[in-house]
Design a binder for this molecule. Sequence first.
Ligand code: ADP
Length: 491
Amino acid sequence: MTDLKSRLTDPTLLKSASFIDGGWVDSSDTFEVRNPADGSLVAKVADIGAGGAHRAVDAAARAFQTWKKTPVFERARIVRRWHELIVEHASDLGAIITAEMGKPYKEARGEVVYGAGFISWAAEEAMRLHGETLPTQAPGSRGWTIHQPVGVVACITPWNFPSAMISRKCGPALAAGCTVVVKPAPETPLSALALAELAKRAGFPAGVFNVINGKAEVLGPVMTGAPAVRMIGFTGSTEVGKLLMRQAADGIKRVSLELGGNAPFLVMDDADVELAADGVMASKFRAAGQTCVSANRIIAQDGVADALIKALKRRVEKLKVGSGFDERTNVGPLIHQEAVEHVSALVEDARTRGAKVLVGGQSLSAKMGGAFYAPTLIEAGEDQGLDMATSEIFGPVATVYRASDEAEMIRLANDTRHGLAAYLYTNDVGRVHRMSEALEFGMVGVNAPMVGSPSTPFGGMKESGIGREGGKWGVEEFTELKFVMLGGVDR
Ligand code: ADP
């Protein structure tokens, strides 16, 4: 515990209680947060149980009555201040991420700044969220639209981006005039609590921003069941997303779901192979492969497959595995040992079915004393039916499949229940249009391995979710479009 504290320039950011109605709420019931790189204890965090969750929802509902009427100029000012404080404290917030989930510190700090971008962008968008005047059929009448905040939003967030998934939801929600109750993942509550401390310093009125910690199966039903909660914003597994959607159905609550992906990474014969290999590395090994937009199936056209595999082998062999606090580290630990076992099982399945493991292919946990898996490159054969082709790997394992032509590439790419991100490497402009339009994914990176930006829509199709985060769409998501009709204008 002292180790992380001593790394921070502002140790008061390290909190272990929940943040409800503008104050810190403790409990004698606690759960542990451990550093996955070495299993050391980072903090013990209070579990506030169902009672705490109800208090947070009530506080958010009360605060909504004033926050929704606060002029957008004032709301945006506070939201922007929150953004400034986050950027000022990016180094400390990055260190907290590395300690609780393991990603390399540079990536962690990058996540903080990336996520903060959504906050400032949302503050600007909210200022320009205006309605329209509309013609109507009834003589002597006029109509217009206004955007109003949805109400209390419950945000349930994952551990792989402990900071950005909160800022990406809460910046827009708060700027739009909603109040929020955040439930972070139990693996990574400290980033959420540090953001709450900064929200407090930014000047959000009590109850506007709340963070609760405890058992998901206890807090979740309170959030989905409370009549005051009007929207569930969730990033996480498809399985939990479906459960939340079912629970939200009873109250016809709005849902915005960012769920699992199974991203295809298509490399066409005409692509720049070195650029494509760099792209695979960025997409695949960031956060040790634990992102929902990570390349899950690398599909190379026959003419370029051997060259791509060679280029990847050179790169994967060079990756350094270690603690996220070690500057030389490219690939940190996985979130916990069960994650290592999940990846090991997928690689064993691939081996058994005849795929070739060219680099890595084993757990490093015993050797390194943390939850580590070796960066791995696999070459799949034809029709092997690998488990990892249909399920999310969520680990540092790059698997290359081969395909003969454009039609087969598209068929393989779309052959999944998911539809979040896809990547396409080609230099043929006709292909760019044909293929990006044929891919059933919410985001397509053409010669680009990253698809997220504060100004652009992030989200998926099919079982990858509903709704978009980012840009103007991310703010509109948290509003109701109301139509007002005025009669008797010509009287
Ligand atoms: P992962 O498998 O990557 O941890 P999850 O979907 O299980 O992804 O977790 C994402 C978030 O959803 C976390 O905050 C987790 O605590 C929360 N969660 C998990 N189960 C439930 C549930 N039954 N109700 C509400 N939230 C849940």
